[in-house]
Design a protein around this ligand. Structure first.
Ligand SMILES: C[S@@+](CC[C@H](N)C(=O)[O-])C[C@H]1O[C@@H](n2cnc3c(N)ncnc32)[C@H](O)[C@@H]1O
Length: 219
């Protein structure tokens, strides 16, 4: 039994508090996962949407082979991302916008790749966000997620269930099962799971990649 999905208001309050200290605390801890996702996105190249871009910690992980657009619910997190953009170090970052991933304003099939790093487990309706990501990615394009996912069994799972209750108000959720992501993909005829792998060195994070099938183009 896992906890309920986080409400939007909890997430907004939590990330307004996280914004001033986010880079110092979450920068190093999540580095490997973030890099693995950006590397997979660079392999696709072209127009990349970062959902829940946060403070823009991933900007360093891209290059001129990509054009990055970021969205986030949190104005204080985005203010940090915008400050990074004004340094001029990230010409590949085109724009960041305050936007809810449940209802994006982008046209269908806008992006070659959609990346969500440490986001899908804490949105109010993960299936709706996945469907929005699917809608805005081009046929043949990819959705790349990286997260800590629920261990399902044993002591680790018990600790994660305990921690989920304690860390909820911090906008964190350590017991989100992979099965939910898989079920979403299986329910969508134009989505296939192309990769699920643990990220080295400790395997704390899981990288999950879905492809929007080219069949969607023919339809
Ligand atoms: C754990 S942080 C990850 C930030 C960044 N991706 C990183 O790797 O550092 C989660 C981010 O997702 C954002 N977020 C949560 N729910 C969202 C939603 N519904 N729409 C857009 N962004 C959302 C939060 O505001 C926060 O900035």
């Amino acid at each position: 039994m896992t906890t309920l999905d986080l409400e939007k208001s909890i997430v907004e309050t939590a990330y307004a508090r996280w914004a001033p200290i986010y880079d110092a605390v979450c920068g190093p801890v999540m580095l490997k996962g973030r890099r693995a996702a950006a590397e997979a996105a660079r392999a696709v190249g072209g127009k990349v949407l970062e959902v829940g871009v946060g403070t823009g910690l991933s900007f360093d992980d891209y290059d001129a082979t990509t054009e990055i657009t970021g969205i986030d619910l949190s104005a204080p997190m985005l203010a940090k991302a915008r400050a990074k953009m004004t340094t001029g170090r990230y010409p590949w970052v085109k724009d960041v916008q305050e936007m809810d991933a449940h209802a994006m304003s982008f046209a269908d099939a806008t992006f070659d790749c959609v990346v969500a790093q440490f986001v899908i487990t804490l949105v109010e309706n993960p299936e709706q966000v996945l469907s929005e990501c699917h809608r805005v990615v081009k046929p043949g394009g990819r959705i790349i997620l990286v997260n800590h996912l629920y261990s399902e069994t044993g002591l680790a799972a018990a600790v994660e269930r305990w921690a989920a209750v304690k860390t909820r108000s911090l906008g964190l959720r350590p017991e989100f099962p992979f099965a939910r992501l898989q079920a979403w993909s299986q329910s969508n005829a134009e989505s296939i799971l192309v990769e699920r792998r643990k990220v080295a060195p400790f395997g704390i994070y899981t990288l999950v990649t879905f492809e929007r099938t080219a069949a969607a183009l023919a339809a």
